[in-house]
Design a protein around this ligand. Structure first.
Ligand code: HEC
Length: 172
């Protein structure tokens, strides 16, 4: 009896994984790397350089970004003077020097990278943290979808005493 139950449970979980993976209803909570979009290249798209963030940010929404950022909340706080958790507090991270949040013990890889968190840097990092900064302590698969990254970056932009203006889009 118990065995049957377990089997049915396993079937259920299997079926759920099979049928829910390609298009989750609530996109904000899915791990991006696990949801290749049909017809858009999936893993191949992950390898390509991301679309320029300037254009993406024009359509971005901080509200949607806040929802996507729930995935980050297990490791990051977002409020001013918030605590460092598994990762550093992210309030004011746009424009901040890399690996510069007080009291956080960054990986050697993150410290060695240098520079600061421009919109473009955030876009590249969040697409594939391990790929962009091999050896980073941020064990997060990344946000494969351009629009999701833009929404999160727009949300991060608003988390500052004086939010930076959105970058201008180069004329085409
Ligand atoms: C599993 C935990 C975890 C998750 C989930 C996670 N992060 Fe991180 N994050 C870290 C850790 C740990 C670091 C420090 C990395 C290092 O030192 O190499 C970090 C570093 C960062 C940094 C660099 C901060 C600085 O001060 O230099 C940014 C930006 C960042 N994360 C953004 C995000 C965003 C946005 C998300 C959600 C889309 C996210 N992270 C999800 C653990 C996580």
């Amino acid at each position: 009896m118990l065995g049957t139950c377990l089997f049915v449970l396993a079937l259920n979980i299997g079926a759920h994984a099979l049928f829910s993976a390609p298009k989750p209803e609530k996109q904000g909570y899915a791990i991006a790397a696990a949801e290749p979009e049909a017809g858009k290249g999936g893993a191949a798209e992950l390898q390509a350089a991301p679309e320029p963030i300037e254009a993406l940010l024009q359509k971005a929404s901080a509200e949607r970004g806040a929802t996507v950022a729930k995935q980050c909340g297990a490791c990051h706080s977002f409020e001013k003077n918030g605590p460092n958790k598994v990762g550093p507090d992210l309030y004011g991270v746009v424009g901040r020097k890399r690996a510069a949040h007080e009291g956080f013990n960054y990986s050697a890889a993150m410290k060695a990278k240098g520079g600061e968190w421009t919109f473009d840097e955030l876009n590249k990092f969040l697409q594939g943290p391990q790929k962009y900064i091999p050896g980073t302590a941020m064990s997060f698969a990344g946000l494969a979808r351009d629009s999701q990254r833009a929404d999160v970056i727009e949300y991060l932009r608003t988390l500052a005493d004086n939010p930076q203006p959105k970058p201008a889009v180069a004329a085409q």
